[in-house]
Design a protein around this ligand. Structure first.
Ligand SMILES: C[S@@+](CC[C@H](N)C(=O)[O-])C[C@H]1O[C@@H](n2cnc3c(N)ncnc32)[C@H](O)[C@@H]1O
Length: 237
């Protein structure tokens, strides 16, 4: 284990032992995902909502993002697209508050690529001046894999897929991550499913369903599915 990792663990143990933070992860030796929802809620209301509000991430999605970080304790977070940087800021604030120190890598398309959601000069404004959030411009999954190939084998990644929400894009990105980052947990946005007749974009939902139909036991799945936009966590403990 390298020195930096030891240092992080030592700082976290010190802060926990001094009662400065309470770890929301519960029953960590079980095969099921569990967190203390009151600790998570308190953090969301007191710290997170004043910074990022409730759009595009309503409370239930904020809770899933925060819970994923606290329970899975990733060493690396790879996300695309950055857009104005809200998701990157959520990951950063969560890690800071709960004494975790994942590397956060956030990617959006280059300025010259035309995409209807590209943020242009507003790219990453929520994480401006926060050096631990590293911003890149490139194709999301390709850039994430390039960075991943350079990091140590100890890596325990969390990938957040929130780029182009077409079926084709999400299916390809999910497939690449499953193939090349086999131990990654994966969060995906805009995954709400109502019915095949609904007028919502069902691309991400269908991409997940089709991908997992070939590997039904590979991941456990937690989804917020009470309404739009919807978020899904695929994980293995
Ligand atoms: C819905 S926004 C993401 C919102 C962002 N996660 C946030 O919390 O503020 C989608 C973003 O994905 C970017 N995007 C689309 N396709 C992409 C790709 N293939 N690689 C990287 N970014 C992509 C768009 O430029 C846009 O900024």
């Amino acid at each position: 284990m390298d020195l930096v990792l030891w240092n992080r663990i030592a700082i976290r143990i010190y802060r926990l032992s001094k009662g400065k933070i309470q770890d929301p992860a519960v029953n960590v030796n079980c095969s099921e995902f569990e967190v203390n929802n009151w600790i998570i809620s308190e953090f969301i209301f007191q710290k997170l909502v004043p910074i990022v509000g409730v759009t595009p991430y309503p409370i239930n999605e904020l809770a899933l993002m925060v819970s994923a970080v606290c329970r899975l304790k990733p060493t690396h977070i790879f996300e695309w697209g950055t857009n104005i940087g809200k998701s990157a800021r959520i990951f950063y604030e969560t890690a800071k508050h709960f004494g975790l120190s994942p590397e956060i890598h956030s990617i959006d398309l280059p300025d010259e690529i035309d995409h209807h959601e590209h943020p242009k000069e507003k790219r990453g404004m929520f994480v401006k001046g926060i050096p631990v959030v590293r911003l890149y411009q490139g194709e999301g999954v390709e850039t994430a894999l390039e960075i991943y190939r350079k990091v140590s084998k100890m890596c325990r990644p969390l990938v957040y897929i929130d780029g182009d929400h077409s079926y084709t894009a999400v299916k390809r990105e999910l497939g690449e991550i499953i193939k090349n980052m086999p131990n990654a947990s994966i969060l995906l946005h805009d995954t709400f499913y109502q019915s095949a007749e609904s007028c919502y974009n069902l691309g991400p939902y269908k991409a997940i369903t089709d991908t997992l139909s070939n590997m039904p036991h590979r991941y456990k799945n937690i989804s917020t599915n009470t309404g739009l936009p919807g978020m899904t966590l695929l994980y293995h403990l």
